[in-house]
Design a protein around this ligand. Structure first.
Ligand code: NAD
Ligand code: LMR
Length: 338
């Protein structure tokens, strides 16, 4: 295998035993798709995360430049770059957490499911690499369509004999981030004070904000509920249209991905009471996967919380969400089983 290019580790000018011990204690994190629209700001934000000691940046293009650039930041994490499939194994070896934003984004007029044909194969290949090189890592899967790519990953891991449902987490954090922002706008609050559970999945009607469970407790008019539900469900499309063919959400996504990854790392560290929404293997509904609040701990998603009391509007939304989710999940499963 060609060697990876390593940066931020040591200059090599002094013998190892003469150097002060560099590098922060912490976790080893790999980003797959690190040179992309999400990958680059995500790499930047993970480089400043004090819980990260080693940051591996993998992509099929442009990682030398991104790695050289990020590695000059004077933060603790050591950065190493990996380019192309021959370096995937080295990129993944020993990782505690793998974040996957690899794959094509939407253009106006497309649904997330329109990305399936390209992204399903990318996710399969990357997850085969994970099964081989770091089967115990926590996986944060961002690539769309999340409602299908998470079942694909699960099937790949099952086939490899490494599947642990607690360690496979579909990232739906951006839906929560958007919901917090839009609800705060309506209520005239600071978004940092607002917590909106968003359950179901990550596409259109499968994105189900539970506005009856907003914290701090509040009530909405029927008009506000329609406005908020529609805006939260179509937040991704709002960005895709504004970007007019140049891609989908990248900056807010990188922020959301880091918020979620940081929660996973705090869970791994043993912090208590870490709860976030995620699309995971679940028994909360009759579907095999569903997004809801999960408690993150040393072994991943250690507890999956039930949905709590839903009002009539949310119960109707749940039925619609389940119908679409069932099809998307099945599509992912059959992609690997066929
Ligand atoms: P992008 O095209 O800017 O970047 C994708 C990167 O993936 C590119 O650098 C590309 O080279 C890389 N890539 C392609 N094939 C690869 C492979 N086999 N191995 C490793 N890397 C590979 O796209 P983006 O805007 O960063 O979006 C990436 C994905 O994230 C899309 O599928 C998008 O729909 C999804 N997304 C998900 C959410 C979410 O909430 N879960 C939010 C936004 C975007
Ligand atoms: C999002 O919600 O922004 C992402 O899923 C990207 C998209 O295609 O909308």
């Amino acid at each position: 295998h060609p060697p990876s290019f390593q940066m931020g580790e040591s200059s090599g000018l002094r013998p190892a035993n003469c150097r002060a011990k560099g590098g922060a204690p912490g976790f080893k994190v790999a980003i797959l798709g690190a040179a992309g629209g999400i990958g680059q700001p995500l790499a930047l934000l993970m480089k400043i995360n004090p819980l990260v000691s080693v940051l591996h940046l993998y992509d099929v293009v442009n990682t030398p430049g991104v790695t050289a650039d990020i590695s000059h930041m004077d933060t603790g994490a050591v950065v190493r770059g990996f380019l192309g499939p021959q370096q995937l194994e080295n990129a993944l070896a020993g990782m505690d957490l793998v974040i996957i934003p690899a794959g094509v984004p939407r253009k106006p007029g497309m649904t997330r499911d329109d990305l399936f044909n390209i992204n399903a194969g990318i996710v399969r290949t990357l997850c085969e690499g994970i099964a081989k090189s770091c089967p115990n890592a926590i996986v944060n899967l961002i690539s769309n369509p999340v409602n299908s790519t998470v079942p694909i990953a699960a099937e790949v891991f099952k086939k490899a004999g490494t599947y642990d449902p607690k360690r496979l987490l579909g990232v739906t954090m951006l839906d929560v981030v958007r919901a917090n922002t839009f609800v705060a706008e309506v209520l005239g609050l600071d978004p940092r004070e607002v917590d909106v559970p968003v359950v179901g999945g990550h596409s259109g009607v499968t994105i189900l904000p539970l506005l009856s469970q907003v914290k701090p407790p509040c009530s909405f008019t029927p008009k506000e509920i329609d406005y908020l539900t529609d805006r939260i469900q179509n937040g991704g499309t709002e960005v895709v249209e504004a970007k007019a063919g140049t891609g989908s959400a990248t900056l807010s996504m990188a922020y959301a991905a880091v918020k979620f990854a940081d929660a996973c790392l705090r869970g791994l560290r043993g912090d208590s009471g870490i709860v976030e929404c995620s699309f995971v293997a679940s028994q909360v509904t009759e579907l095999p996967f569903f997004a809801s609040k999960v408690r993150l701990g040393r072994t991943g998603a250690e507890e999956i919380y039930p949905l709590g009391p839903l009002n009539e509007y949310e119960r109707a939304g749940l039925e619609k969400a389940k119908k679409e989710l069932a099809t998307s999940i099945q599509k992912g499963v059959s992609f690997i089983r066929k």
